[in-house]
Design a protein around this ligand. Structure first.
Ligand SMILES: Cn1ncc2ncnc(NCCc3cnc(NC(=O)Nc4cccc(C(F)(F)F)c4)s3)c21
Length: 273
């Protein structure tokens, strides 16, 4: 088998280093694979918590989906192993850490930095959608920064194969009425909406539909109650792009390949990503 595949990993294959972060289901540690000295991130998940939340199938799907994804802006999941009580995810290490911490520190990003991030995320999502994978959970907490400052989408715990859902739902689509064919409520355009929300938050430091109560946020989203603050000053080109992504009718949202041709991206994104 090639490196990292088929081999049965165990905890004794790794030296464990400092904690990198703690998620809902467990902690992440810096680790070094002893034989290769390869630095990785090791996410430790407790089986008990996975069982309680009945998310084991999601984890299996994440591992399956991630094993086919190879893109510079998608954090690699090299493999997994488990022992009596825990499941371990062997992940690519993102040396510059979590994007949301960087956003908190800077309050908001320059238009060049925001456009560079948005363009690299668009390229990663074009790649995913090309493989019928939608992420469905694009937000600052799921974005990491690599050693060269490049953005990495992480945590495909909520991603799905839209193609599979069509296939598993029925043998042939021919006899299905429109509402059943349409029933893949998440089509790839959900990621375009989330990328628009992210672009807004990169530029203003807050998400566009933020409100004190969940019910108010829900109403602002369904009404697409999009307002642009006067401060910080943001170019009209950026506002134009965001307005073309945060559109209620998912079929009318700016397609990702068109996003890469938008003047704001062309003029501000660093081509290297
Ligand atoms: C903080 N940090 N700093 C540097 C750094 N470098 C790499 N990684 C880091 N952090 C880990 C990032 C993750 C990547 N993939 C994940 N995947 C996941 O957490 N999956 C997952 C968990 C629990 C339940 C489910 C389930 F079942 F619901 F699907 C799915 S987490 C780093």
């Amino acid at each position: 088998a090639s490196a990292g595949e088929k081999k049965r990993w165990t905890l004794s294959d790794f030296d464990i280093g400092k904690p990198l972060g703690r998620g809902k289901f467990g902690h992440v540690y810096l680790a070094r694979e002893k034989r290769s000295n390869h630095i990785v991130a090791l996410k430790v998940l407790f089986k008990s918590q996975l069982q309680q939340s009945q998310v084991e199938h999601q984890l299996r799907r994440e591992v399956e989906i991630q094993s086919h994804l190879r893109h510079p802006n998608i954090l690699r999941l090299y493999g997994y192993f488990y022992d009596q009580k825990r499941v371990y995810l062997i992940l690519e290490y993102a040396a510059k850490g979590e994007l949301y911490k960087e956003l908190q520190k800077c309050k908001y990003f320059s238009e060049r930095r925001a456009a560079t991030y948005v363009a690299s995320l668009a390229r990663a999502l074009i790649y995913c959608h090309g493989k019928h994978v939608i992420h469905r959970d694009i937000k600052p907490e799921n974005l990491l920064i690599g050693a060269q400052g490049e953005l990495k989408i992480a945590d495909f715990g909520w991603s799905v194969h839209t193609f599979n859902r069509r296939r598993t739902m029925c043998g042939t689509l021919d006899y299905l009425p429109p509402e059943m064919v349409e029933s893949v409520e998440h089509d790839a355009s959900v990621d375009i909406w989330s990328l628009g929300v992210l672009c807004y938050e990169f530029l203003y430091g807050v998400p566009p539909f933020e409100a004190k109560e969940h019910s108010d946020t829900y109403r602002r989203i369904v009404q697409v109650d999009l307002k642009f603050p006067t401060k910080p000053i943001v170019s009209s080109a950026a506002k134009d792009l965001i307005s073309q992504m945060l559109v209620k009718d998912s079929s009318q949202r700016l397609p990702l390949h068109k996003l890469l041709e938008h003047p704001w991206i062309v003029q501000n994104a660093d081509p290297s990503g």
